[in-house]
Design a protein around this ligand. Structure first.
Ligand code: NAD
Length: 499
C-alpha cells in the first residue's frame, strides 16, 4: 500500500525500466455486448498508438455459473492487483439469488475510494434536453453512511454511523482538483449539508477550503447539497467538477446522468490507492448482443479516462477528438441515430472504423478536448496531531417509562449520579428535553444524557466507568456512550438543539 499517497505508482507502470515498454493493463471482455465493444475499443486504442499490453481475464455470467458467486475467479485477482489498471466490459448478472454484484466486490476489495462519472451532452449531434451539460461527479466511495455500521439500540430506535475522515476527505478532494487540472477543467464545486452536520459535513467542507487554496488556477465554490442538487437538475450546464460525500454523490451522479440524456455514451472510473477500474456506465445489453449494433462509446470514453490516469493524455486527446469528429460527421450507431440529426446509421464495427479514420482530426463544432500531461497523483499533506482532552460523556439510555416525562428521568439520574459528575442535559432525537424542555417535544425510548465533570478531578476512563457503574446500579439501562473531547481546546461534539 502507498499509505494513501499516490493514486497509481506511475514510476513503475509508466516510466518503468524501459520507457518504451507497453503498460500492462487487465482487460475483461465481459458478456452480452461486452466482447464486441471491448474489441472495438482495443482496436481504436491500438490504432491510436496507446502503449498498452492486455492481460485478459474472464468475468461475468460464465464465471458466476461455474460457481464463483462474485463473478470473478480467485486467480484473476492477482492479475488485477499486479497490473493496477483494469478496463472492464459490462457483465450480465444471472437472475436468481446468491450472486453478488461484481462491481461492489471489486470496489470494496480493492479500496477504490473515488467514483468518477462524467456527464456530457453532444448537442446538436445527439439529442439532449440540456445541450450545454459537461460535468463530472467525483464521489467519495468508501465512507459516510455507506460504512455500513448500523445498530438497533432500543425497541424504537436504530442508528447508522456516518463516518467522515480527514484523510478520506482530503484524498477525494485532492483527487477532484488534480482531475480538474489533468482534464483542463476550470471549477470544482463541493456539496455538503454542513449547516446541519457541522462536524462531519463540516470537516469535508473545511478540508475542501484548505485544499482549494493550493489550486489557485482552479475556481472553487461550495453549495449546500439541497439547493445544489436542485440546480444540478435545472441548470446542469453551470457545473464543471462536483466533489461530494458518498450518499450525495450516489444521488447526484444519477441526476447528472439522467439530465444529460447520454447514459449510453458515458464512461466511469473507480480509483483506488493502488488499483483503478474503468468501465462503461451501461450494462451488457443482452437484447442486442452479437448483432453488431452496440455503441462502443461508453467503454471507449472510459478507456480515454484510463489513458489520462496513466499519464497518456496526448493519446487520450487524439482518441476523444477523433470520436467527437465522428459524432459531428453524423455517423451514428442505432441508439443515437435520429432522422434529421444523423447522416448514416452504422454498426459497431463500422463506427469503430470511422473513429480510426478520424484519428488526428479535431471536431469543428463540438469543443475539442485538451488534457494536461502527467497523470493524476494525490499526496496528502502531513499535519501534526492535535491535543485531545476528554471533557465529559454522553450516556445513551433505553428508558420507556409509561409517561416518558423527561423531568422524572432527569431527577432520577441526578439522584443516581456519583460525586464529581453533573448531569448537564438530556436530549431526545437531538432536542433538549431536560432541564427546561417543552411538553410538545415527542420523546422516544432513546435518551442522550450529557454528563460533565464538576470537581476538577480527572475525566478519564476510570471516572467514566465509575459513572456508568453508578447509573447501572441505580437501575438505568445504558446502551452506549460517546466521549466528549476537545482537540487543541476546540469542541469536538455538537451541542443539543436548544442547549
Ligand atoms: P443495459 O444498460 O444493459 O441496457 C439498457 C438498454 O440500453 C437496453 O435496451 C440496451 O439494448 C441499451 N444499451 C445499453 N448499452 C448499449 C450500447 N452500448 N449500445 C446500444 N444500446 C445499449 O441495462 P439492463 O438491461 O438493465 O441490464 C442488462 C444486464 O447488465 C443485467 O444483467 C445487469 O445486471 C447488467 N449490468 C451490468 C453493469 C456492469 O457490468 N457495469 C451495469 C449495469 C447493468
Amino acid at each position: 500500500m502507498s499509505n494513501g499517497t499516490a493514486i497509481i505508482d506511475t514510476s513503475t507502470i509508466v516510466k518503468g525500466v524501459d520507457p518504451k515498454a507497453p503498460v500492462p493493463i487487465t482487460v475483461a471482455r465481459g458478456d452480452g455486448i461486452g466482447p464486441e465493444i471491448m474489441d472495438a475499443t482495443l482496436r481504436i486504442l491500438d490504432a491510436a498508438g496507446a502503449p498498452l499490453r492486455y492481460d485478459t481475464i474472464d468475468i461475468g455470467k460464465e464465471v458466476y455459473l461455474q460457481g464463483h458467486t462474485s463473478g470473478i475467479a480467485p486467480e484473476s485477482w492477482e492479475t488485477i492487483r499486479r497490473n493496477k489498471v483494469f478496463l472492464k466490459a459490462p457483465i450480465t448478472t444471472p437472475l436468481g439469488g446468491g450472486y453478488k454484484s461484481l462491481n461492489v466486490t471489486i470496489r470494496k476489495t480493492l479500496n477504490l475510494f473515488a467514483n468518477v462519472r462524467p456527464s456530457k451532452s453532444y448537442a446538436p449531434f445527439v439529442a439532449s434536453t440540456h445541450p450545454g451539460i459537461n460535468l463530472v461527479v467525483v464521489r467519495e466511495n468508501e465512507e459516510d453512511l455507506y460504512a455500513g455500521i448500523e445498530h438497533q439500540q432500543t425497541d424504537e430506535v436504530s442508528q447508522v454511523l456516518k463516518l467522515v475522515t480527514r484523510p478520506g476527505s482530503e484524498r477525494i478532494i485532492r483527487y477532484a482538483f488534480e482531475y480538474a487540472r489533468a482534464y483542463g477543467r476550470r471549477k470544482v464545486t463541493c456539496m455538503t449539508k454542513d449547516n446541519i452536520m457541522k462536524l462531519t459535513d463540516g470537516l469535508f467542507h473545511r478540508v475542501f477550503e484548505e485544499v482549494a487554496e493550493e489550486y489557485p488556477d482552479i475556481e472553487s465554490e461550495h453549495q449546500i447539497i439541497d439547493i445544489g442538487a436542485a440546480r444540478l437538475a435545472a441548470q446542469p450546464e453551470t457545473f464543471d467538477v462536483i466533489v461530494t460525500l458518498n450518499l450525495y454523490g450516489d444521488i447526484l451522479s444519477d441526476i447528472a446522468s439522467q439530465v444529460s440524456g447520454s447514459v449510453g455514451l458515458a464512461g466511469s472510473a473507480n480509483i483506488g490507492d493502488e488499483v483503478a477500474m474503468f468501465e462503461a456506465v451501461h450494462g451488457s445489453a443482452p437484447d442486442i448482443a452479437g448483432k453488431d449494433v452496440a455503441n462502443p462509446s461508453g467503454l471507449l470514453l472510459a478507456a480515454t479516462q484510463l489513458l489520462v490516469h496513466i499519464g497518456e493524455a496526448e493519446i487520450a486527446e487524439r482518441i476523444k477528438n477523433a470520436w467527437l469528429t465522428t459524432l459531428e460527421s453524423g455517423i451514428h450507431t442505432a441508439d443515437i441515430y435520429r432522422e434529421g440529426l444523423s447522416r448514416r446509421e452504422v454498426g459497431t464495427q463500422e463506427f469503430t472504423e470511422a473513429v480510426i479514420e478520424r484519428l488526428g482530426q479535431r471536431p469543428r463544432q463540438l469543443a475539442p478536448v485538451q488534457y494536461r500531461p502527467g497523470g493524476i497523483e494525490v499526496s496528502p499533506k502531513p499535519r501534526p496531531r492535535r491535543v485531545k482532552e476528554l471533557v465529559g460523556v454522553d450516556a445513551f439510555l433505553d428508558w420507556a417509562a409509561a409517561d416518558r416525562d423527561p423531568n422524572v428521568l432527569g431527577r432520577g439520574l441526578r439522584a443516581g449520579t456519583p460525586g464529581g459528575w453533573e448531569l448537564k442535559m438530556i436530549t431526545n432525537r437531538g432536542v433538549k428535553v431536560y432541564p427546561d424542555g417543552l411538553p410538545e417535544t415527542f420523546c422516544t425510548d432513546h435518551w442522550r444524557c450529557r454528563f460533565v465533570r464538576t470537581d476538577g478531578g480527572p475525566t478519564d476512563l476510570p471516572a467514566v466507568l465509575e459513572l456508568l457503574g453508578a447509573l447501572g446500579g441505580a437501575g438505568f439501562d445504558v446502551i452506549k456512550t460517546e466521549h466528549l473531547y476537545t482537540f487543541d481546546g476546540e469542541r469536538g461534539y455538537s451541542l443539543g438543539q436548544g442547549e
